[in-house]
Design a protein around this ligand. Sequence first.
Ligand SMILES: [Zn+2]
Length: 246
Amino acid sequence: MKADPEVQRRLLELQAHDSALARLEHRRRTLPELAVIAEADSRLAALRDDVVRAETETGDLDRELRRLEDDVEQVRRRAERDQQRMQSGAVPAKELESLQHEVETLTRRQSDLEDTELEVMERREEAESRAAAVRADVSAATAARTEAEQARDKAFGEIDAEAAADSAARAELAPQIPADLLALYEKVRAASGGVGAAMLRQRRCEGCRLELMGAELRAAQAAPPDEVLRCENCRRILVRTPESGL
Ligand SMILES: [Zn+2]
């Protein structure tokens, strides 16, 4: 294949933009903030169960407390009624004893219920502090996520601006290269890790870093300037410049 040496050198410019685009794309994909966001997401997903559990627990204990309060109130009112009846003097003597007995039972019952109420209140307090800890974890993870998101968006903005500049330069450059050479460049680039054209610098292929020697070197030295050379080792398009050392 033949191509004007100036056009061949333009391939190196094109390669520089393509390499920059590949680096930017890689940076976009591997931003550390993305890992932070993913970690926060899985943390939040795990905490979601804890939040539900904590809320269920405090809700259950609240209901239990209300039930106990109602029970205490009922027992207290009944004991009060009994007391009033006893004090009214309208109760026959034989009933007085059983009423007295009932009041004692009710008093014991109230005291038991109040003990249970205290226990439940303690458990409610513990459950509430667990729930508060979970909520604190959730807001810490949410804050970390938000911060990482902002940093990610800022980095995306910078990357996209750089990529837009490289894409524009590439779009301007590509039509200046003959279709057959451009097609070869694209083919090699796809097959060779994103590098289709490499400079020959000090007799070394900058694509694979191997130095040209023997017959290959002699062939490169003898090749007319418009001959499109390929590295025999990596098959990349080898572009000669004044630094090629031939
Ligand atoms: Zn090479």
